[in-house]
Ligand binder design. Structure first.
Ligand SMILES: Cc1cc2nc3c(=O)[nH]c(=O)nc-3n(C[C@H](O)[C@H](O)[C@H](O)COP(=O)(O)OP(=O)(O)OC[C@H]3O[C@@H](n4cnc5c(N)ncnc54)[C@H](O)[C@@H]3O)c2cc1C
Length: 613
């Protein structure tokens, strides 16, 4: 089977299983958990590929106090991590959620070690997003998969969703590698050993060992999939959830459709909704988020259009945090193609960002979520960043990788200029004129930025003030690795867009006041939660308490993930079968770095908790 050439879907038929999982991203972890408990499990996936956004992602997961960190001597503790999560999340979500997340990370990693062939490592020094807060860590708590041999998938290899940026070379590049490879011109002593090692691994693996090493989210999804294949858990691709089936107020299965034919899956122990967000449902995105969002702007997997959220709503579930995504500033798209990823670019010296007024408006090096929220805050305040331009000089272009794949010294593609997303000039005024920015204002911003860069201190926006900013900076530039004066010999402006890695919002699982009851756990229909007025760490969105949520403080019982039972008793929803909401969509305490850790932890722990009952 050729790489990523999906075989025909297994034919769907009426079937009875213990657990039905909708969605094959982190949902695979729920399936593995159920399988460990001896339950029959089926995964249903709408698209022809397995892996969802998880397979497109960087695959980095922020998992405090886990065995990977312990083995690497990171010195993290559960208490320290809880302090950090508390300081990031504040009182905008029930504290139990953050605590449960931290408490269960280690068990999640252990489960993945038992049920999949994956191996992980600590991405040391990938700082927490807010290392300066109590409990924060500049050394970080982010982990990644070691390059994974996808050939273990055998005939199933073709069903793995392709990555966002498929490398032309057989070369598995982890996020930690990327940081240094990006600095190949400035720090060759750090970059080239990694380049050689990964190239050797990829080439030797491919041609001598007949292995196919992949990294990042590809490795994570392939590793989960390998566990699923090994466990004999069927995955019906090209099969989509239509509706949930209930009996006596209990969810007992689902109707799914394949090739226009509906079949019934009876699920004795429950249904896990792990069908991602509504990344590509533009009607919802305009309704809940912003009218300015354009089609094709999300980097999330194309199958994520919110049907599972809708199916839960039809049963009376409430929704929350629908206004937020994992915002991700990127290079603007050309001709309907996805936007181009910007990972380290914003943090590197010799560059800055302006809006249509020609002025800076943000610490460019901040984490992507805070950046996006800043843009939307302005929009809500009636002062939108209608366009964003990334400005840099020739030295910048000669020094770093750009837009994920344009190497140092390589000219920007002509298509950038032809489509109007790039301009080149030899003075700030000329650049402003070409882009269509107010010339005087832009020239002023340019000068002001250069003054700040010369002083090594950005008094206006604090760029370089945090260990997080500096992680992706250039260590050869001092005193501030994020700041350098721009030279005017050749200047560039490239258009940016506010892309995203997927939406955050979804179904509320533990509402305070309930009007419908399912199997001991009640779910309530209500409007999306109001906007949180605080700023969580990592820019990640935390659970917005609905106006009624304070009433829930009377509840005492919580499950391991902090979901309260509305009646104060532990929610025993699984014995007779129920719906388990897609974990990330529970919008509980969000980690200070990455959604994958929340999805994985919730999939594993919540599924186990429910199913063991
Ligand atoms: C480019 C990129 C980089 C990222 N990097 C990171 C990172 O480094 N760290 C991190 O933590 N997060 C990262 N993310 C975000 C992260 O990947 C996602 O938040 C996470 O993987 C979502 O997991 P999920 O299981 O909820 O959804 P997904 O992995 O998207 O899986 C959902 C699946 O459900 C399927 N589905 C949808 N509707 C139906 C239906 N009706 N019936 C059946 N199936 C359905 C979809 O087709 C999809 O396959 C990144 C995302 C992107 C796009």
């Amino acid at each position: 089977m050729a790489k990523n050439q999906a075989p025909p879907a297994t034919q769907a038929k009426d079937i009875v299983v213990d657990l039905l999982v909708i969605g094959s991203g982190t949902g695979m972890a729920a399936a593995l958990t159920a399988n460990e408990l001896g339950l029959s499990t089926l995964i249903v996936e709408k698209t022809q590929y397995v892996g969802g956004s998880t397979a497109r992602s960087g695959g980095a997961f922020w998992m405090p106090a886990n065995p990977i960190l312990a083995k690497a001597g990171a010195g993290d503790t559960v208490e320290r991590a809880k302090t950090y999560v508390r300081s990031v999340v504040g009182d905008t979500a029930p504290a139990q959620r953050g605590e449960a997340f931290v408490d269960n990370g280690a068990a999640t990693v252990d489960m993945l070690y038992r049920t999949t062939p994956m191996k992980f490592f600590w991405a040391k020094e990938y700082s927490d997003y807010h290392p300066e807060l109590p409990g924060g860590s500049a050394a970080g708590r982010t982990c990644e998969c070691l390059p994974f041999d996808a050939s273990v998938l055998g005939a199933e290899r073709g069903r793995l969703r392709p990555g966002l940026m498929e490398a032309g070379l057989p070369m598995p590049v982890t996020g930690a590698d990327y940081k240094w490879m990006n600095l190949m011109v400035k720090k060759p002593s750090k970059a080239f050993p990694r380049i050689i090692r990964r190239l050797a691994q990829g080439v030797y693996g491919k041609y001598v060992l007949k292995r196919e090493y992949i990294a990042g989210g590809q490795a994570l999804a392939a590793g989960l999939f390998a566990g699923v294949v090994q466990a004999g858990i069927p995955v019906w691709t090209e099969t989509s959830l239509v509706r949930l089936i209930t009996e006596d107020g209990r969810v007992t299965g689902a109707v799914v459709v394949q090739d226009g034919r509906e079949v019934t899956v009876t699920a004795r122990r429950g249904v896990v909704l792990a069908a991602g967000g509504f990344d590509h449902n533009m009607e919802w995105r305009h309704k809940y988020q912003s009218e300015r969002l354009g089609e094709h702007e999300s980097l999330g997997a194309e199958g994520n259009t919110g049907e599972a959220i809708e199916a839960a709503q039809e049963l009376g579930a409430g929704i929350g945090s629908m206004d937020q995504s994992w915002w991700f500033p990127a290079v603007a798209s050309i001709k309907g193609r996805p936007p181009m990823v910007m990972l380290a670019e914003r943090a590197l010296p010799g560059s800055f960002i302006v809006d249509q007024t020609g002025r800076r408006f943000v610490n460019e090096a901040t984490d992507y979520m805070s950046f996006g929220q800043r843009v939307l805050e302005r929009e809500k305040a009636g002062d939108p960043a209608e366009s964003m331009w990334f400005v840099f000089d020739q030295e910048y272009r000669n020094s770093y990788v750009f837009a994920g794949g344009i190497f140092p010294r390589q000219p920007l593609p002509q298509a950038f200029f032809d489509s109007g997303i790039a301009h080149k000039a030899s003075s700030p005024v000329e650049l402003a004129r070409k882009v269509g920015l107010p010339e005087e204002a832009f020239a002023e911003s340019f000068e002001k930025f250069n003054e700040a860069a010369a002083a090594g201190s950005d008094a206006e926006f604090g760029r370089g003030g945090s260990a997080y900013d500096r992680y992706y900076g250039d260590p050869t530039v001092s005193p501030n690795p994020n700041l350098r004066k721009l030279d005017t010999s050749a200047l560039y402006a490239v258009k940016m867009t506010l892309s995203d890695l997927g939406t955050c919002g979804g179904v509320h699982a533990s509402p305070p006041v309930c009007d419908r009851q399912y199997c001991g756990q009640r779910i309530r229909s209500h409007l999306p939660g109001r906007r949180c007025n605080d700023r969580p760490g990592a820019g990640l969105r935390i659970h917005c308490r609905s106006p009624r949520s304070r009433e829930s403080s009377f509840d005492s019982a919580v499950d391991p993930l902090g979901n309260r039972s509305p009646n104060g008793r532990s929610a025993r929803v699984s014995d007779a079968g129920n719906v388990h909401w897609s974990p990330v969509r529970l919008v509980g305490a969000m980690p200070p770095v990455c959604p994958i850790s929340v999805t994985l932890t919730r999939q594993v722990t919540k599924t186990r908790y429910r199913l063991q009952k």
